[in-house]
Design a protein around this ligand. Structure first.
Ligand code: BV8
Length: 251
């Protein structure tokens, strides 16, 4: 299907050209064009019978650590086979063009860093890292051991993915960085997120309250859409390179 042409309004071009501070929030949608299913998409294959909201919890891990580790191992293999798409690369280019730029991501796939973004706040952690499940132990490791349910070499507790599960607090440093960046920006881009999960979903509203203009990119409207100064309904992998080209004449 021929994608609908993307027009970048002149007001948006002027706004981004003169902006000194830009904050971006991304969700699973920006990795969709890299072949990683979003949370909203139905899980495939073996995992179709499970609800991610049920699996991504400390209760699920305590009840059946092997099931949860198998799910994450499956998702990590999807991520390992995925590559950043033009949307990820465009955001890395924008970071080079703006004085104060922060990219807040809800994704755990690490694709923004892989695409060259540096000012990244991983609000929900990273699937490539494991950490000790004991609150009293700070052990982390950035590769997955072969065992199905590996144990911490320091204290013997189970290792778990270094991600934030539902019902868990966002790491205070990451949350504070995300709030600061949302409250101190002139332009806030919300890209590929359904805006359901808190506290990430509140970040664009923090920006609006502080007087920022919001740009939203999502094929589906969200509760934020009516507050966006500019809304694009095409995929992020098509829109972001167009915006970068129009504002900074870059390919
Ligand atoms: C917390 C890591 C304190 C794990 C994830 C206040 C109100 C209501 C509920 C709560 C609240 N405060 C806390 C809660 C509970 C809960 C919550 O928000 N529940 C929801 C379900 C209502 N939040 C928490 O528990 C958070 N902790 O607040 O601590 C606390 C604690 C206990 C009780 C109270 C307070 C922790 C949340 C973190 C959970 N971990 N991920 C893992 O990944 O396995 S969240 C996970 O789901 C993702 O990281 C992501 O954030 C979320 C999915 O959201 P999206 O990224 O938006 O993805 P989604 O699939 O929904 O949408 C994709 C979008 O992309 C769609 O709109 C689609 O149209 C669009 N799209 C598709 N293709 C494209 C595209 N867009 C552009 N281009 C395309 N090509």
């Amino acid at each position: 299907m021929q994608a609908s042409p993307i027009t970048v309004p002149s007001g948006l071009i002027d706004m981004l050209r003169t902006a000194r501070s830009v904050t971006v929030l991304t969700g699973a949608g920006i990795s969709a064009e890299s072949g990683i299913p979003t949370f909203r998409d139905s899980q495939t294959g073996l995992w179709a019978q499970y609800d991610p909201h049920q699996l991504a919890t400390p209760e699920a891990f305590a009840h059946n650590p092997k099931l949860v580790m198998d799910w994450y191992r499956w998702r990590r293999e999807l991520v390992e086979r995925a590559a950043p798409n033009p949307g990820h690369y465009a955001l890395a280019q924008i970071e080079q063009r703006v004085d104060r730029f922060t990219l807040i991501t809800q994704n755990v796939d690490g694709l923004h860093t892989q695409a060259g973004s540096r000012r990244v706040v991983e609000l929900h952690g990273n699937i490539h890292r494991l950490r000790c499940s004991s609150a009293r132990c700070a052990y982390t490791v950035d590769h997955w051991p072969d065992e199905e349910t590996p144990h911490c070499p320091q204290c013997g507790a189970l290792l778990r993915p270094d991600v934030v599960w539902f019902g868990e607090m966002i790491p205070p440093g990451a949350l504070q960085a995300a709030l600061n960046a949302s409250r101190n920006c002139q332009v806030f881009l919300s890209i590929g997120t359904s805006g359901v999960v808190e506290p990430a979903a509140s970040l664009p509203y923090e920006a609006l309250r502080a007087g920022a203009s919001v740009i939203e990119i999502n094929p589906q409207p969200t509760p934020l859409s009516i507050f966006a100064k500019y809304y694009f309904s095409q995929p992020a992998g098509q829109v972001l390179p167009e915006i970068t080209r129009a504002v900074w004449d870059e390919v």
